[in-house]
Design a protein around this ligand. Structure first.
Ligand code: NAD
Length: 452
């Protein structure tokens, strides 16, 4: 909006680190018009040339990795070590989709009287709306497949964390990707995001964010029958069976919740523990949680930074009443700090039902495998989860029974550039990453040619 600006704040210091122009409907429309104009030429770029441009972008991200990691660390309050790992993944994602450009094939299908063939056509202009917790990473998960398929893009970062997307847009041009192919618009979700969702010239919305906003995106998209991919909230279970390597499971569990200060859609924020080893596991978990280094994100040793804002800290605090099982320490002084917190809960408690999106884990005991599966699935969400057991058959049995899109066994990792990522139930639909994401950024066209 002409004359309107907004402040971007470092959540670890509460200092303003940038003042940006705030886009409104007019600026959004201009970006959509630029992307529309750029589309015919971009879709016509020969596949191997498009691959080469994406490869160059991946290389530029590698060359600017430290700078991008610093931007992300300061804007989101992420520990610098974690921010570096995320930027490394951004480069890997662009490398993956550079390699994928000419491997997303059509088919020929045996039919009578001619030849039937399928083509993967780009959609046109796609709107990408991303959250503040992994700004650059999640942008790359959408940009990679969107560009590989020949679409042009309007990317809307979250108001709180727009800086890395703006820098990436400069690297996109430096890589030789033509003007207008990637457009970044910074402004409020209910204005810029909403406009993209309703815009007639936007063919698809790739959305990552809360389930609540995802619902409104789906409603808004109905007006134009827009395609949508929704990557939404989670309330994932970390299921620890008595026959697990308890030391390893307990050492790993804090990072499955407190990484990114718990602001992670994949956070295993319900820790389900078989009753026969509950006390032993709690003891090990408290010991491991005590070791999480909470502090200045710029400090190489830090493992957890602050929350994103004062308002978000209030929301997180509302989940903890009374004396928790464990509460860690936080630095004094400015910053939106919240300590690592462990609470004992039943699966009916609010802390076990709603997404906290902060460093709060709920410990819930279970009696046997059947109850573990029932409790793990007793949630409207279904994004990720972990199973810890030394029994291979049980691991696979439970993995198949969980209503969740991304599961790990004896591990808490969820994302890799080449493997599908996305939710069941109210965690959304559609898949990001891997070859699967390409299906969401292309239309399948069927052509029959008579030969008789
Ligand atoms: P959010 O839903 O508030 O915002 C996400 C994005 O949507 C932002 O860019 C925001 O500006 C925009 N937006 C807000 N209102 C809009 C509207 N009416 N129309 C269109 N766009 C609008 O989410 P957040 O607080 O930024 O992020 C946290 C949430 O994201 C959590 O629920 C988390 O679980 C989820 N998340 C999910 C995944 C996943 O892959 N499943 C990954 C990361 C985060």
């Amino acid at each position: 909006m002409p004359g309107m600006t907004f402040a971007v704040v470092n959540p670890a210091t509460e200092e303003t680190i940038a003042q940006l122009d705030e886009a409104g409907v007019e600026e959004t429309d201009t970006a959509v018009a630029r992307a529309t104009e750029a589309f015919p030429a971009w879709r016509a770029v020969a596949p191997l040339d498009r691959a080469r441009l994406l490869r160059r972008l991946a290389t530029l991200v590698e060359e600017h990795a430290e700078e991008l990691a610093r931007i992300e660390s300061q804007n989101v309050g992420k520990p610098i070590g974690g921010a570096r790992a995320e930027v490394a993944m951004v480069a890997q994602v662009f490398h993956f989709y550079a390699g994928a450009v000419d491997k997303h094939h059509g088919q020929t299908i045996p039919v009578a009287g001619g030849v039937d063939m399928t083509f993967r056509e780009p959609l046109g202009v796609v709107g990408l709306i991303v959250p503040w917790n992994f700004p650059l990473n999640i942008s790359s998960w959408k940009l990679g497949p969107a560009l590989a398929c020949g679409n042009t893009v309007v990317l809307k970062p979250a108001e709180l964390t727009p800086l890395s997307a703006l820098r990436l847009a400069e690297l996109v041009l430096q890589a030789g990707i033509p003007e207008g192919v990637v457009n970044v618009v910074t402004g409020p979700g209910r204005v810029v995001g909403q406009r993209l969702v309703e815009h007639h010239d936007i063919a698809k919305i790739g959305f990552t964010g809360s389930t609540e906003v995802g619902r409104s995106v789906m409603q808004g998209a109905a007006g134009t029958i827009k395609r949508v991919t929704l990557e939404l909230g989670g309330k994932s279970a970390n299921v620890i069976f008595a026959d697990a390597d308890l030391e390893q499971a307990a050492a790993s569990a804090p990072y499955a919740v407190f990484d990114n200060a718990g602001q992670d859609c994949c956070a295993r924020s319900r820790i389900l523990v078989e009753r026969s080893v509950y006390d032993r596991f709690v003891e090990l978990l408290v010991g491991a949680t005590r070791k999480v280094m909470v502090g200045d994100p710029q400090d190489e040793a830090s493992e957890m930074g602050p929350l994103i804002s004062a308002q978000h800290r209030e929301k997180v605090a509302s989940f903890v009443d009374g004396q928790p099982l464990f509460r860690g320490d936080v630095p004094d002084g400015p910053g939106f700090w919240f300590p690592c917190t462990l609470v004992e809960a039943s699966n009916d408690d609010r802390v076990a039902r709603e997404e906290v999106f902060g460093p709060v884990a709920a410990l819930i005991p279970f009696a046997d495998e059947e109850e573990a599966i029932r409790v793990a699935n007793d949630t409207p969400y279904g994004l990720s989860g972990s199973i810890w057991t030394e029994n291979g058959a049980r691991a696979l049995r439970v993995a198949r029974a969980l209503e969740s899109g991304v599961i790990s066994v004896n591990s808490n990792t969820s994302v890799r550039p080449s493997t599908p990522f996305g939710g069941f139930k109210q965690s959304g639909f559609g898949r990001e990453l891997g070859m699967y994401a390409l299906d969401g950024y292309s239309e399948l066209k069927n052509v029959f040619m008579a030969t008789s």
